[in-house]
Unconditional design. Structure first.
Length: 317
């Protein structure tokens, strides 16, 4: 297949998904499009039969399914599979994401999302809704985006703030990913890689909500209830991710991210109160106040610059 003719690179990551990966692959293969696609599947040294299943599908669809089969687990060494191995191999104009324990339902999903992005340059990303199912395919919730505010197009500023989009629904422009530069370094020690990348892509536009796509199936495994300490770890990861976004984002968007960082630190401080870790709570309140002071200073500088420009325009012509 001519690399220049590929419109969408489907990027799938997997580890020990022998019970689920066939549904994911079938969801890719059933896509009906007017353009060419490729399927890149990265297996992170599974200890079950996942790699055997991938090879079987590769043999049945030569040239379409391109596997990356690791012999040593990369994630356990702190190496993120997507930015290090999968995305660099993509050749399509667009990249579509889906992990191997989730799967698509709409056979026209890619066509609908690509059509929307082709017609709307102001969007960097397209996404849609998902259902939540358990490990036995039993429906848990009919919508992962049941809040009305999430079932809509996402503005550039909201996307930059780090709003979480369902990864298995996302299609984005590959050329924008290239413009982000070295994502290997950018994602180092970051748990929420998708959130970080989607936020950085927000520098180039908002996110289109594809209302006409049938919801995909997001799989929630057992053991997903957060304890108090686990919730602290989750909130701390969000702070670390937002801080990394702040470090990497274009300066003209830093105020947006600083505002989000302020809120994230307050949320983390409240979680520390719940488990009576008062020293950690105080540290995060102080950091939040520092973020707030930055926001005030940033705005004041903008006002002063504007006043200087007005003065120059009025009195020095």
């Amino acid at each position: 297949m001519n690399p220049e003719s590929i419109m969408v690179s489907i990027c799938c990551t997997t580890y020990n998904h022998e019970n689920y990966i066939e549904k994911a692959l079938d969801g890719f293969l059933m896509q009906k499009t007017t353009f060419n696609i490729e399927i890149i599947v990265h297996d992170d040294a599974s200890t079950d039969s996942t790699q055997t299943i991938i090879k079987k599908y590769q043999d049945a669809h030569p040239g379409l399914i391109n596997p990356i089969l690791q012999k040593v687990n990369q994630f356990s060494q702190g190496i993120k599979p997507s930015p290090n191995f999968v995305w660099p191999k993509a050749r399509g104009k667009y990249i579509a994401l889906c992990e191997a324990d989730d799967y698509w339902v709409d056979e026209y999903k890619l066509q609908k999302q690509v059509d929307a992005l082709e017609a709307n340059d102001q969007y960097a990303i397209s996404f849609h809704d998902t259902q939540i199912i358990d490990q036995d395919d039993v429906l848990i919730e009919s919508s992962k985006l049941k809040q009305a505010r999430r079932k809509e197009h996402i503005s550039q500023s909201r996307l930059i703030r780090g709003i979480l989009l369902p990864t298995l629904t996302v299609v984005f422009r590959r050329d924008l990913l290239v413009r982000l530069g070295d994502l290997n370094t950018a994602t180092k020690d970051i748990i929420n890689v998708d959130r970080l990348v989607f936020s950085l892509l927000g520098q180039f536009g908002g996110a289109h909500f594809a209302e006409n796509v049938i919801p995909a199936n997001y799989r929630r495994h057992s053991g997903g209830i957060w304890s108090g300490k686990q919730m602290i770890a989750k909130k701390r990861n969000l702070v670390e991710t937002t801080l990394r976004i702040y470090e990497l984002i274009d300066p003209k968007f830093k105020l947006i991210v600083a505002d989000e960082l302020f809120l994230r630190r307050l949320q983390l401080a409240r979680e520390y109160i719940k488990v009576k870790s008062y020293n950690e709570c105080i540290i995060n309140y102080k950091l939040a106040l520092s973020d707030f002071a930055f926001r005030i200073n940033f705005v004041l500088n903008l006002v002063l610059e504007s006043l200087k420009m007005i003065y120059t325009f009025l009195f020095r012509r």
